[in-house]
Write a protein that binds this ligand. Structure first.
Ligand code: MN
Length: 289
């Protein structure tokens, strides 16, 4: 007997303006403040990038107290940070930054990609760190598509990319600070897969492209409802694709601490936020030019 995870909320992925950038923000959204330990989910693009259209160009900025993660689905981006990393991430690749006590980074399509032109699409995810790890040494992990283990559905029509955590016996290559599963999926029409979610985890499914049915009952379709969050009852999430689709599955052990967020900092108290602002101004988070 399979018991499906009970669905808690089904929501759209509204377009929001982040400065000059227009992107989708399913989390936080009306009625869903976060899905602890996941604080924010941005879905950007696809943008048709060219020398005349390059909206997603994020200059140097700081972070403290959490992990900003980029999952790139289309295009090519250059990541630079105050630890000295300078890495190109391509479609299917992942950048996992542990901001810890402070990092400064920048992200933009590579010059070559802008010149050549093409689609850019990605997910930016903010994963919280518990109080005891907020001031840890910053770190950067980088995976190319080929370094991400794949799991196929029995009918071979859904490919699950195991970025972090594990599914069945397959283990992802990202080191996480708390128990977290980050999987992306590429589905062919009529493909079906059942995914096990650990009992103590909070969880969600987000649709980037196509149409899927979750647990035989709830449809997600691009431009309509695109995310479901789950209650903790039940063991499995079933996904059936009604079109060629791309989706994201997140689950994690909730941190259950007070979150105080201001701009690029996620701490537990207002005092810690003020300290972060001061430390950044004093150059204690490093430098990036
Ligand atoms: Mn950032």
């Amino acid at each position: 007997m399979t018991s499906y995870r009970a669905i808690q909320k089904k929501v759209t992925s509204p377009l929001v303006n982040m400065g000059p950038i227009k992107l989708r923000q399913p989390l936080p959204t009306q009625g869903v403040e976060n899905v602890d330990p996941f604080l924010l989910l941005h879905h950007y693009g696809p943008y048709a990038i060219s020398e005349f259209n390059n909206p997603f160009d994020l200059g140097p900025h700081p972070h403290r107290g959490f992990e900003p993660i980029t999952l790139l689905f289309k295009g090519e981006q250059l990541h630079r940070d105050s630890l000295g990393n300078e890495m190109v991430v391509k479609a299917g690749g992942v950048q996992w930054t542990t901001a810890g006590r402070g990092i400064i980074h920048s992200e933009a399509p590579t010059k070559e990609f802008v010149k050549k032109g093409g689609d850019l699409e990605g997910i930016q995810l903010w994963l919280n760190l518990p109080a005891k790890y907020k001031m840890m040494t910053p770190n950067y992990q980088h995976l190319e598509d080929a370094q991400i283990p794949k799991l196929f559905s029995d009918d071979k029509s859904i490919q699950l990319n195991i970025v972090a955590g594990h599914q069945q016996e397959i283990q992802g290559n990202i080191t996480t600070q708390t128990p977290v599963n980050v999987f992306t999926g590429n589905a062919l029409k009529s493909g079906s897969i059942s995914i096990e979610i650990p009992e103590e985890h909070e969880s969600l499914v987000y649709l980037l492209e196509g149409t899927i049915v979750v647990n035989d009952t709830d449809t997600l379709e691009k431009g309509k409802d695109q995310m479901v969050t789950f209650k903790k009852e039940g063991k499995n999430v079933k996904i059936t694709a009604h079109a060629n689709s791309v989706f994201l599955i997140l689950s994690g052990a909730p941190i259950k601490e007070k979150v105080t967020q201001y701009g690029p900092y996620v701490m537990n108290t207002q005092t810690e936020i003020l300290e972060a602002m001061r430390d950044y101004q004093q150059g204690k988070m490093g430098h990036l030019y």
